[in-house]
Ligand binder design. Structure first.
Ligand code: HEC
Length: 132
């Protein structure tokens, strides 16, 4: 059999397919990772307070996501609807690590003028998972 050059790229595609999904995760897994980075367990009540309070800027997380993010949120500026953040009401929430990190980065800067700490992320996520 002669060597077929097109086989190699195909093989690479096949073997790399699982890597494309390496960002897939679950809310519980993410919380564990944030807790590990923070070095302490999450606190549900602290997460609720962080989410619903302002941190020196005009908005809180709740300004766009709602006081109880179990329903569709409404962007404070564009009024565009936002899918529920609580995983029990949105099976896609906190299942894509890259996406979660992107929004945490952007939203925490809007609300707190800085990135959220791993501890704050763990707290918020712990609280969101108690909402049913
Ligand atoms: C100015 C409006 C706004 C504010 C304020 C805001 N968010 Fe968001 N957030 C969004 C939008 C828009 C999305 C994308 C949602 C969509 O596509 O339905 C989003 C998505 C997210 C996601 C991604 C969830 C996922 O898995 O898809 C997380 C996490 C998140 N926000 C956390 C926060 C936290 C924590 C705060 C407070 C520090 C906050 N947000 C404040 C607008 C906002």
């Amino acid at each position: 059999m002669t060597f077929k050059p097109f086989l190699l790229p195909m093989l690479i595609l096949v073997t790399q397919a699982p890597a494309a999904q390496a960002q897939a995760t679950t809310p519980a897994q993410l919380q564990k990772a944030y807790e590990a980075a923070a070095g302490s367990p999450a606190q549900v009540e602290r997460g609720r307070v962080f989410f619903t309070s302002r941190h020196g800027a005009e908005w809180s997380c709740a300004s766009c996501h709602g006081q109880l993010p179990t329903g569709v949120g409404k962007h404070a500026v564009t009024t565009k609807s936002i899918d529920p953040l609580a995983p029990a009401f949105n099976p896609k929430a906190f299942t894509d690590e890259r996406r979660v990190e992107k929004w945490f980065r952007r939203n925490c800067k809007d609300v707190a003028q800085r990135e959220c700490t791993p501890g704050e992320k763990a707290d918020v996520l712990a609280w969101l998972q108690t909402l049913r």
